[in-house]
Design a protein around this ligand. Structure first.
Ligand code: GAR
Length: 222
């Protein structure tokens, strides 16, 4: 059963947008049967918005300033997201906390990519955290979004070694290179409806997933 090309993706991004670009490139190459129907940012200057415009995709910037509270901003943002009728909402470098009021009704169709092997190193500066902890393995995770920051059920991960002499820049570059195929391959499984969020966690092909899928060197899940 082919994944419907009508699988609609909304992307939330605050900055550079390289993960968004990986999705756009995979779609353009025919490697991901989906469409990005809108890109949404809390920063008008986010390069991610330019990438969307370059691809002919509606780009929306909404400033938190001018909203009375975080909840009011979240509600306005998700009104715009909902108007694009997405099947999946992807937080790809979206750097604001999301409140439970917008997360809870959308958990089953909202994912986040986070630059660590969760549950290790939640929050910010994950590469710095990994180096400070003396980790020998690091990487990235894609997880369903819950109100628990970086704490939602993990779908898939890509691991990299931490090498002698690494600094934040070298480690983050090694992780980012694996983030892109990790996100694309995970979205492909979601588009094919092979991954779902059940009451007891992530389901893969209808069965509870015992441990996160691991992206192998050939960019397939082991
Ligand atoms: C990525 O490394 C992503 O994992 C991280 O921000 C970067 C965005 O890069 N996300 C978080 O830290 C969220 N907690 P990009 O804008 O080039 O995709």
């Amino acid at each position: 059963m082919p994944a419907p090309a009508s699988f609609r993706i909304a992307v939330l991004a605050s900055g550079r947008g390289s993960n968004l670009q990986a999705l756009l490139d995979a779609i353009a190459a025919g490697a991901l049967d989906a469409q990005v129907v809108g890109v949404f940012s809390d920063r008008a200057q986010a390069p991610a918005l330019g990438r969307a415009r370059d691809a002919g995709i509606p780009a929306h910037a909404l400033s938190p300033r001018g909203h009375a509270s975080r909840d009011a901003f979240d509600a306005a943002l998700f009104d715009a997201v909902d108007a694009s009728a997405p099947d999946l909402i992807i937080c790809a470098g979206y750097m604001r906390l999301l409140g439970d009021a917008v997360v809870a009704p959308r958990s089953v169709r909202m994912i986040n990519i986070h630059p660590s092997l969760l549950p290790d190193f939640k929050g910010l500066h994950t590469h710095r955290q990994a180096l400070a902890a003396g980790a020998t393995r690091h990487g990235a995770s894609v997880h369903f979004v819950t109100a628990d920051l970086d704490g939602g059920p993990v779908i898939a991960q890509a691991a990299v070694p931490v090498l002698e002499g690494d600094d934040e820049a070298s480690l983050s570059a090694r992780v980012l290179e694996r983030e892109h195929p990790l996100l694309v391959e995970t979205v492909r499984l979601l588009a094919w409806r092979r991954i779902a969020l059940g009451d007891d966690g992530v389901h893969f092909d209808g069965r509870p997933l015992q441990a996160p899928l691991q992206l192998a060197a050939n960019n397939r899940f082991a």
